[in-house]
Design a protein around this ligand. Structure first.
Ligand SMILES: O=C(CO)COP(=O)(O)O
Length: 285
């Protein structure tokens, strides 16, 4: 089965309402290949989800950048999967390294979030990736395999004491991989300008696919999209995209908001167009 190319924009904690509307206008005008061959998903901060959802062209999808691990309730500051679904949001990013490393989310906690979000009907972009230290010590494969295993298997009932009746009842595996996209995002490449080489990305993506093959079966391995994130831009995306196991991107820098952490040269529209045009070089199109 062919894997539909995936282009994701993670806007992180950036932007004002005016900037968000501006980038939505750009996206609405962008020339992109048919949604039969590419899936575009943008992920604004929580507060901008309703406005993006209402203004964005309907063939593009909207993702939240996080959600709570279980049912709502007395969890100040959190947003539940059910609330996202209620708003018409179809995707959520879980396990981003910024949440793992800055906010201390463990592999198991991320795994539990993935399981719960899927149970509520959300599609999940589940992030994995090693730090520079882990790469240099040769443990990249072990690290991303452990993160992926925790996504596939939940430890919720034993590790966490937060009430989550669903997970306690329902067994322990991602049963529907078609609603999961794995995002390999090496921590050392995020926001640093140090993109993984196409070979480095392909190596890890192929290891992840092998892990899926061994643990979730050949069909899941062949059909699950594994996307890359970390300093992707219009200039480097084509070489990455032609790697056999790179099925798309999760990216902040090119789909940036004006004044964000990208090049800030005012040519945002040109960059969006360039990005999509470069991607067209991929054979599947
Ligand atoms: O973290 C990322 C996407 O989730 C990548 O960020 P950059 O595109 O800024 O490297």
């Amino acid at each position: 089965m062919g894997r539909k190319f995936f282009v994701g924009g993670n806007w992180k904690c950036n932007g004002t309402i005016e900037e968000v509307k501006k980038i939505v206008t750009m996206l609405n005008e962008a020339e992109v290949p048919s949604q039969d061959v590419v899936e575009v998903v943008v992920s604004p901060p929580f507060v901008f989800l309703p406005v993006v959802k209402s203004l964005l062209r309907p063939d593009f999808h909207v993702a939240a950048q996080n959600c709570w691990v279980g049912k709502g309730g007395a969890f100040t500051g959190e947003v539940s999967a059910k609330m996202l679904v209620n708003l018409g949001i179809t995707w959520v990013i879980l396990g981003h390294s910024e949440r793992r490393l800055v906010l201390g989310e463990s592999n198991e906690f991320v795994g539990d979030k993935v399981a719960y979000a899927l149970s509520q009907g959300l599609k999940v972009i589940a992030c994995v990736g090693e730090t520079l230290e882990q790469r240099e010590s040769g443990s990249t494969t072990v690290v991303v395999a452990a993160q992926t295993k925790a996504i596939a298997v939940t430890y919720f009932a034993t590790v966490h004491k937060v009430n989550c009746a669903f997970l306690k009842k329902s067994g322990d595996r991602v049963s529907n991989w078609s609603n999961v996209v794995l995002a390999y995002e090496p921590v050392w490449a995020i926001g640093t300008g140090k993109v993984a080489t196409p070979t480095q990305a392909q190596e890890v993506h192929s290891e992840l696919r092998k892990w899926l093959q061994e643990n979730a079966g050949a069909e899941v391995a062949a059909s699950t999209r594994i996307i890359y994130g970390g300093s992707v831009n219009g200039a480097n995306c084509k070489e990455l995209a032609i790697q056999p196991d790179v099925d798309g991107f999760l990216n902040c820098r090119e789909l940036k908001l004006a004044g964000g952490n990208g090049n800030g040269n005012g040519s945002d529209r040109a960059v969006v167009r360039l990005w999509f045009r470069k991607l067209e070089g991929r054979k599947v199109w």
